[in-house]
Design a protein around this ligand. Structure first.
Ligand code: FAD
Length: 483
């Protein structure tokens, strides 16, 4: 008896078995399934997965590999150029079908289009699906059929399209290949740092993989959703879902989140679910922007910002990266990032504003640092958010809104617990001094063991002076035309 031609299932940003349309399609064929992950080469000077996210990827692939193996399917690992690896493997296996869930970044789209054309030209069928978003980025548009630039009407139009379809179960039956396919060893990819192992703290905080994602969602819906509208800006509390790295690698889909939240919402109340899903909506909006403006991570969305007089300040950039600016909330955020690969959204906004406005360093420097240090570093969310803070983006915060890091700390970390957690050299300061130690009496500093300029830096810029400098620079841009 001749076996049906196998199906090659290419995993990318969808490292899960549940609600995975490409996997369902592969299962439906009844043919043997061979799963593939390709560690792709750097493109445009940037690795497709940043340093901290590589740690996550390593753990997530281990988890996916185990889950597939338990169902008799091999996860084949290859590294290099997907444009040659995928067609070569498909031909070598005699695959009748290659299936994948789409991606939306320009490098990914160009690569996938080329592979699809190549496969089709050689008689291999290709099926692609939407699996990372609630709606495909081109589905939401203005009445004139154009892409949208403002979040609120975007989200309204998105919601008018109706509920997302049902979330797909893990296929009941998957057929694996009887013959093992040569695969590279995950360990040989060196995804996890060793000397030094700067990711040592990550495993204490995170459980990469589909099971970890599901558990985190369940915990949040149970304990966090009802409090989310009131507490989501508080970095000192476990106030948000922390699902972002799971979403980044597609261990969970937004469709699953949507249905689970709607289900839990009955008990938690409408306010929590609406606010939470609107944040997931910001992720949809970022992807919409990246899809329609593929140079979102490179070019100012508003061209008038091209004339902005960014400063070159290597010492300021290094102090910011290392969490040594002398502003406790900024330093706590940058150290949370270093220690855990993640940072609370409120603090992301404050540290980004500090880099862009207090130091007047180009937002692209910040975007690049986050790309390498965040476990959730995401081509769409990172670029759109940096441009949002800079004021150069679509529907962005106005440039003249300069966060005061002291006031932000007093409002959102009122007792200084978050600062104490990540800036331990300030831990013994009283609440009244922790947000601005340079304003404290000598006696207070001494009592807390703080020696400014020795155990903790003095502020590298004065807030009022830096604010005025940034506003002057912005004033000069006024009157220039937007894109
Ligand atoms: C300068 C800057 C850079 C950022 N870079 C990234 C990034 O690389 N990757 C990333 O996923 N998010 C990024 N964000 C957005 C946001 O900070 C994170 O998504 C959020 O902190 C993740 O935590 P959470 O999962 O607990 O969020 P929750 O508040 O629980 O929200 C649930 C989900 O909604 C989405 N979401 C929430 N807020 C936003 C937002 N403002 N924009 C887009 N999507 C959002 C995320 O997918 C998140 O997981 C950035 C924000 C800023 C200000």
């Amino acid at each position: 008896m001749t076996l049906p031609s196998p199906t090659l299932l290419w995993f990318r940003n969808d490292l899960r078995l549940a609600d995975n349309p490409a996997l369902c399609r592969a299962a439906e064929t009844g043919a043997p399934v061979i799963a593939l992950y390709v560690l792709e080469n750097a493109a445009g000077g940037r690795a497709p997965v940043g340093d901290a996210a590589r740690w996550w990827l390593s753990r997530s692939l281990q988890s996916l590999g185990r889950d597939l193996e338990a169902r008799g399917v091999q996860l084949v690992l290859r590294s290099g150029d997907a444009r040659t690896i995928v067609p070569d493997l498909a031909h070598c296996l005699g695959a009748g079908l290659v299936a994948w869930n789409r991606r939306y970044d320009p490098v990914g789209i160009a690569c996938d289009s080329a592979i699809k054309a190549d496969l089709k030209a050689t008689g291999v069928a290709v099926d692609t699906f939407g699996g990372s978003l609630l709606r495909e980025p081109w589905e939401v548009k203005t009445q004139a059929g154009d892409p949208m630039r403002v979040f609120t009407p975007f989200w309204r139009a998105h919601q008018r399209l109706g509920e997302p379809g049902a979330s797909l179960p893990v296929p009941a039956v998957l057929v694996g290949s009887r013959t093992p396919v040569p695969s590279e060893e995950l360990a040989s990819w060196g995804l996890e740092p060793t000397s030094p192992n700067w990711a040592a703290g990550f495993a204490e905080v995170w459980s990469p993989g589909e099971a970890g994602a599901r558990a985190r969602l369940a915990d949040f819906l149970d304990a966090g959703l009802a409090r989310y509208p009131d507490e989501r800006n508080r970095p000192d509390l476990a106030s948000t879902s922390r699902l972002s790295p799971h979403l980044r690698f597609g261990e969970l889909s937004p469709v699953q989140i949507w249905h689970a939240s709607e289900h839990a919402g009955a008990a938690s109340g409408r306010a929590g679910i609406d606010k939470f899903l609107s944040e997931v909506g910001w992720r949809e909006f970022s992807y919409h922007l990246l899809f329609h403006w593929p140079r979102l991570a490179q070019d100012n969305f508003q061209a008038r910002f091209d004339a902005f007089p960014w400063r070159t300040d290597p010492a300021g950039l290094a102090a910011w990266q290392r969490g040594l600016t002398g502003y406790p909330l900024v330093d706590a955020g940058m150290r949370e990032l270093w220690q855990t690969g993640w940072m609370h959204n409120r603090v992301r906004m404050v540290v980004a504003s500090f880099l862009i406005k207090h130091l007047m360093i180009d937002w692209r420097e910040g975007e690049a640092w986050f790309w390498e240090t965040l476990v959730d570093a995401d081509a769409a969310n990172n670029a759109a958010s940096w441009q949002w803070v800079a004021g150069s983006g679509a529907d962005a915060a106005p440039y003249f809104r300069v966060f005061n890091p002291v006031k932000q700390g007093e409002t959102f970390d009122p007792k200084g617990d978050y600062i104490r957690r990540y800036v331990p050299e300030l831990a013994r300061l009283p609440d009244s001094a922790i947000h601005a130690p340079w304003q404290a009496d000598d006696q207070v500093l001494k009592g807390a063991g703080v020696r400014l300029g020795v155990t903790y830096p003095r502020p590298i810029v004065d807030h009022a002076v830096a604010r005025a400098r940034a506003l002057d620079a912005f004033q000069a841009l006024r009157g220039r035309d937007d894109v």
